[in-house]
Write a protein that binds this ligand. Sequence first.
Ligand code: DGL
Length: 273
Amino acid sequence: MTIRSNPTPLGAQAPIGVFDSGVGGLSVLRHLRAHLPHEDFLYFADSGYAPYGEKPEAVIIARVEAIAAFLLERGVKALVVACNTATAASIEALRKRYPTLALVGVEPGLKPAAALSLSRKIGVLATAATLSSTKFKRLHHQLEADTGVTYLLQACNGLADQIEKGELTSPATALMVQRYVAPLIAAGADTIVLGCTHYPFVRPLIEALVPAGTQIIDTGAAVAQQMGRLLGKHQQHSGSGDLAIFTSGSVSSVERASAVLLGLTPPVEAVVA
Ligand code: DGL
């Protein structure tokens, strides 16, 4: 597969590429489609390689490069890395490789959480790979120094997998969520950051566990707004919001996830990237 180092600017009618290790990025796509209803989207679910969050950084970077090249070959005009783990590992390398591309990543909302928390204790749910990344650590230490808040970091091993399997409400998923969230509340957190794009799909389980008034931070809407700003008026499309999905994993699982999570039944194609 050839990797274009400088994609030619494409017409406004070209689709926007969005990808994640699996179906988690559909939580971001939901916001993108609501905010940019006339844009078409190509979504890549790398379910054959999920989860990213427990993999070495070099593996994640190689997957991101292959998927970005795949989507660019299909003519996308912009790219959303709808995965905190992939963003932490690779957004800087992607920006260097594609300097003229409209590119947006997803980061745990540490800053908006600091602005909201009254207890000054904030729980952060994310993958182990995100929490141990240099990019995350830099932001975390900087914000603790600047704002005086304490971030309580919780790696949620296995949770993205449960969501990939479509187990959004099963007893095993509920137990896992409780094991990860209850200690944060017990330690005084009044704000919980959803630092993985899979987790908005178990938000109802989290909400059922936390005291009323606990803030839950999801950066999906901010990502969609940022993409809108980057595209500007001249790059925006006036199409009908078409969606097609590619996956490196099982087509039927992604079809089911799309129906359950988005209420949509777009075409899903199995591909090797
Ligand atoms: N959805 C991804 C994230 O935002 C990664 C989950 C995983 O593959 O471990 O971090």
